[in-house]
Design a protein around this ligand. Structure first.
Ligand code: SF4
Length: 332
C-alpha cells in the first residue's frame, strides 16, 4: 500500500492564561492510500485537534512539541506539514491534498452564497480551473454523491437543502478538488440512522474510486465498525489503543476501549441498560499523573497506574495498547 500520511510524536499544547494546556501528547500513527481510519474518543480526547494538526490548522496559541512531525506523501514528494508557513504552501495542503468535512454542514457553507458559487470558487482557487470547467466539475460531483437534479441544486443555497442533502453537498465540495486525504469530523452524528448509513456507504465508495484515505473522527465505535479498516482510540490527548478494526472491536484490550464498547446498544437486547464509562474526562488543565485514565479505570492496579505512564505494547500483530495490565506479559 502507498503511504499517505505519517504522524510522529505529535505533541500539541495551547498557551492560555492558566499556562500551557496539553491537548495532544506524543501521538504517532500512519495512514495509507485507500485506508479508512477511525479516530475515536469522547469530546476533550484531542481527536479533532489532532486532525486539524494534519492541515496545520490549529489556533495561533498552539505550540507543537519539538519532536512532532507530520509527513504528507504526495505525487510531487513528501511535505513536512508542520514546517509550512507561507500561505501559498499551506494552500497545497489545506483544501488541496487534504479536505475536511464537519458535523454541521451549515458551518461549511456561507449562507448567502449559492452552493455552486462556493464550489466553483474553491476549484478556481485550489485547482486553477476556469469558471466554466469548475461549474461542470461541481455539477458532476453533486450528481456523483447522489444529489438528484444536480444542475438545479447547484444554484440553491445551503438552507434550501435537507440535512442529508447538505451533508452530501459538503462531501461533494470537499472531494471536488480530488484530495488525497479526507478528514471527516463526526460527519454523520446529526443525521438520522438511514441517511447516516447512506453517507457512510457513499464515503466508502469514494475511497475506492478516488483511492484516497479517510480519517473518520467519531465518539461512536459502532460507526467505526461499519466504516473503518483500522481504529485509533484517544483519551485525554494520548493514543491508548490502535489496530485493525476487527481485533480491536472483538477483543479490545484497553479498559477505556472496553468501556466505550460496553456503552454501545446491543442489537440482541435493545432494552438492556447502556453502560457508560463512569465519571467524566478530566480537564486538560488537571491531567492525571501516570496513566491518564487511572481516575476512571475499573481495572486500576494501584500506584503503578497512578505514578507510571504505561508504554505502548503489542497485544497482537499491529494491535498496540498502552496499559500496565499488559506490561511484562511477553507481548512487548
Ligand atoms: Fe487502568 Fe492502569 Fe491500564 Fe491505566 S494502566 S488503563 S489505570 S489498568
Amino acid at each position: 500500500m502507498t503511504a499517505l500520511i505519517d504522524v510522529e510524536n505529535l505533541t500539541l499544547q495551547f498557551k492560555t492564561d492558566e499556562g500551557l494546556v496539553t491537548a495532544v501528547d506524543d501521538v504517532s500513527f500512519s495512514l495509507n492510500r485507500g485506508e479508512v481510519m477511525g479516530l475515536v474518543g469522547e469530546s476533550g480526547s484531542g481527536k479533532s485537534v489532532t486532525a486539524k494538526s494534519l492541515m496545520h490548522l490549529n489556533a495561533r496559541n498552539a505550540v507543537y512539541g519539538p519532536k512532532s512531525r507530520i509527513t504528507l506523501h504526495t505525487d510531487e514528494g513528501p511535505i513536512d506539514v508542520l514546517s509550512l508557513t507561507r500561505p501559498a504552501d499551506m494552500k497545497v495542503v489545506r483544501g488541496g491534498a487534504i479536505s475536511m468535512i464537519f458535523q454541521e454542514p451549515m458551518a461549511s457553507f456561507a449562507p448567502a452564497i449559492t452552493i455552486g458559487k462556493q464550489m466553483v470558487e474553491q476549484l478556481q482557487l485550489h485547482a486553477g480551473m476556469s469558471k466554466s470547467r469548475a461549474k461542470e466539475v461541481s455539477v458532476e460531483m453533486l450528481d456523483r454523491v447522489g444529489i438528484s437534479d444536480a444542475a438545479r441544486r447547484f444554484n440553491q443555497y445551503a438552507f434550501e437543502l435537507s440535512g442529508g442533502m447538505r451533508q452530501r453537498a459538503m462531501i461533494a465540495m470537499a472531494l471536488s478538488t480530488r484530495p488525497k486525504l479526507l478528514i471527516a469530523d463526526e460527519p454523520t452524528t446529526a443525521l438520522d440512522v438511514t441517511i447516516q448509513a447512506q453517507v457512510i456507504d457513499l464515503m466508502k465508495d469514494l475511497v475506492d474510486e478516488f483511492h484516497m484515505g479517510i480519517i473518520f473522527i467519531t465518539h461512536d465505535l459502532g460507526v467505526v465498525a461499519q466504516t473503518a479498516d483500522k481504529v485509533s482510540v484517544m483519551y485525554l490527548g494520548r493514543l491508548i489503543e490502535e489496530g485493525p478494526v476487527r481485533p480491536v472491536i472483538r477483543d479490545a484490550k484497553h479498559p477505556y476501549t472496553q468501556g466505550l464498547l460496553a456503552a454501545l446498544p446491543k442489537l440482541d437486547n435493545l432494552d438492556a441498560p447502556l453502560t457508560p464509562v463512569p465519571g467524566d474526562i478530566p480537564s486538560p488543565l488537571d491531567r492525571p499523573s501516570g496513566c491518564v485514565f487511572h481516575t476512571r479505570c475499573p481495572k486500576y492496579l494501584g500506584d503503578e497506574c497512578r505514578l507510571q505512564e504505561p508504554r505502548n505494547r503489542m497485544a497482537a500483530p499491529d494491535h498496540r495498547v498502552a496499559c500496565h495490565i499488559y506490561s511484562g506479559d511477553g507481548h512487548d
